[in-house]
Design a protein around this ligand. Structure first.
Ligand SMILES: [Zn+2]
Length: 169
């Protein structure tokens, strides 16, 4: 998957905010398409028409993903993971099985090298497990396992916590 340099932020393409509803996005899409639809640019110079077409295709592609509930959810997850990776360096991958289970507080902890801890609670694990198992077929073919990025409670490091099956607790 190429989520880093070759992909533009689809919300930015539409001039939208990630929290906007599909209806708001649709409105933005329609406004943009009105401005840069190839039919509208027939009287312009060829380079302008070309730019307009490029923009139109970009806007159209962004809308096709963001207007589809499932695709938008996938994209949001990818985008969030990507944002987190940019903001905080991901130190390493930690398997949930290797984390320390705290039965009293129902959470998993893992020591950070700064002396702090990476903490993920049972609920978060279950949520992510449910979310990814609803798209299980796709996940399996892509060879991905379930996982979330967890930030240290003390320093700015984060780890990617991953698991294949919900551990017995
Ligand atoms: Zn730390």
């Amino acid at each position: 998957m190429c989520a880093s340099s070759c992909e533009k932020d689809l919300y930015a393409v539409l001039g939208a905010n990630p929290s906007e509803s599909t209806e708001e996005l649709r409105h933005r899409y329609q406004q943009l398409v009105l401005k840069c639809h190839p039919d509208r640019l027939s009287g312009h110079s060829s380079s302008e028409a070309e730019m307009g077409l490029k923009r139109f295709l970009e806007v159209d592609a962004a809308w096709k993903i963001l207007s589809d509930e499932n695709k938008r959810r996938d994209y949001d997850l990818l985008r969030r993971a990507h944002d987190l990776k940019q903001d905080w360096p991901v130190d390493s991958t930690v398997f949930l099985e290797d984390m320390i289970w705290n039965n009293d507080e129902r959470l998993y902890t893992h020591c950070c090298r700064c002396g702090g801890a990476f903490i993920i609670d049972e609920e978060e694990v279950q949520e992510e497990t449910l979310r990814s198992s609803s798209q299980e077929e796709e996940q399996t073919t892509r060879g991905q396992s379930k996982g979330v990025i967890v930030c240290c409670d003390t320093c700015s490091l984060s780890v990617y916590v991953t698991w294949t099956n919900l551990p017995q607790s």
